[in-house]
Design a protein around this ligand. Structure first.
Ligand code: UDP
Length: 328
């Protein structure tokens, strides 16, 4: 049985990856410090013999007993609100954290795939974004702690690849959505659906003309699996090129939830990218991958998930464990 370590295993993407690799009959070791991850996301896996969970912060030395074939590094806060609240941890997990994991990969002769992001392109001047584009990032802006850490993460991963000859893969993930996103993590989809369910107006930032391209989580996970098993060490965009303005997206959510609330406009956060759309021809050619789930279908599944949450969950202000972690 192949053994895989998934960091951020209790998070939105990490927990879906744990499910996927369990289904593929891997021995899965989930690791998470539970700052933004939630045990509820993986509690159904605890009874399984081929699942283990370590409550650990990967910025500290990482020890895993036994052999390891693969490592997926998915630990990181991933929403602008999160990294404004925990900027130092955001920087550490994609610098100190990846350094530890690359060392582990080298020791265990494991192949490692890292979660990078469309944020490496910043507020892109090239549209759609190709893997060759170097980006337009403000290193000292509010998103800098995430963007630059992820860029460093790519650099150190390539360095281990060329210098230590370890097997590395880099996925650049574009906006992804689906069940288990955290309500109130500030991302647009849980924000809008949460607002609709609570009977509040939907808050569109700026004039709503900025664009994003949303990929359903099952498509993303499938692409990651294919990339892991490819022999391609350079970054690959995985995302759904179906681009939409945030204003139109709000209208879609209003229709889906049948809310009678309206859209209200709020100030656009600093350095909020104006446009974002993945160019996915590399994934198509190299991985024979493309997204299959249209937004209409994916949004229905996601809405059903949010509807199934308790009122207590829906009205809770904070959906994280930041306080206990922040060392003053
Ligand atoms: N956004 C919005 N209303 C909200 C939350 C977000 O209009 O309540 C906008 C945000 O300004 C951005 C887009 O939706 O332009 C996507 O935001 P998100 O935080 O989900 O991800 P990003 O792609 O910016 O990292």
């Amino acid at each position: 049985m192949k053994r895989i370590l998934i960091t951020g295993g209790a998070g939105f993407l990490g927990s879906h990856l744990c499910d996927y690799f369990i289904k593929k009959n891997y021995h899965v070791i989930g690791m998470d410090n539970l700052i933004t991850g939630k045990l509820e996301n993986i509690e159904h896996l605890f009874p399984l013999e081929n699942f283990e969970f370590y409550n650990h912060d990967v910025s500290k030395f990482v020890h895993v007993a036994g052999k390891l074939d693969y490592i997926l590094h998915f630990a990181s806060p991933a929403s602008p609100i999160d990294y404004l609240k925990i900027p130092i941890q955001t920087l550490k997990v994609s610098s100190l954290g990846i350094h530890n994991l690359l060392g582990l990969a080298k020791n265990k002769k494991a192949r490692i795939l890292i979660a990078s992001t469309s944020e490496v392109y910043g507020d892109p001047l090239v549209h759609p974004q190709t893997e060759e584009y170097w980006g337009n990032v403000n290193p000292i802006g509010p998103r800098g702690v995430y963007d630059e850490a992820k860029r460093f993460q790519e650099a150190i991963t390539m360095a281990y690849h060329t210098y230590h000859n370890i097997e590395t893969r880099i996925v650049r993930i574009f906006n992804t959505y689906g069940p288990r996103m955290r309500l109130n993590d500030g991302r647009v989809l849980p924000a809008f659906i949460g607002q609709a369910l609570r009977g509040e107006d939907l808050t569109v930032f700026g004039d709503g003309k900025q664009t994003r391209s949303f990929c359903f989580v099952d498509d993303l996970v499938d692409g990651i699996y294919k990339l892991l098993h490819s022999d391609y060490p350079l970054p690959v965009n995985i995302g759904n090129p179906d681009e939409i303005t945030i204003g139109e997206f709000a209208e879609e959510i209003i229709k889906l939830t049948r809310t009678s609330q309206k859209v209200i406009y709020k100030e656009l956060p600093k350095d909020d990218p104006l446009q974002r759309q993945p160019q996915i021809s590399k994934a198509q050619e190299i991985l024979h991958w493309e997204p299959k789930i249209a937004r209409e279908e994916g949004l229905k599944i996601t809405y059903d998930y949010f509807r199934s949450l308790s009122d207590e969950e829906l009205y809770r202000k904070d959906h994280n464990n930041f306080e206990k972690y922040i060392v003053k």
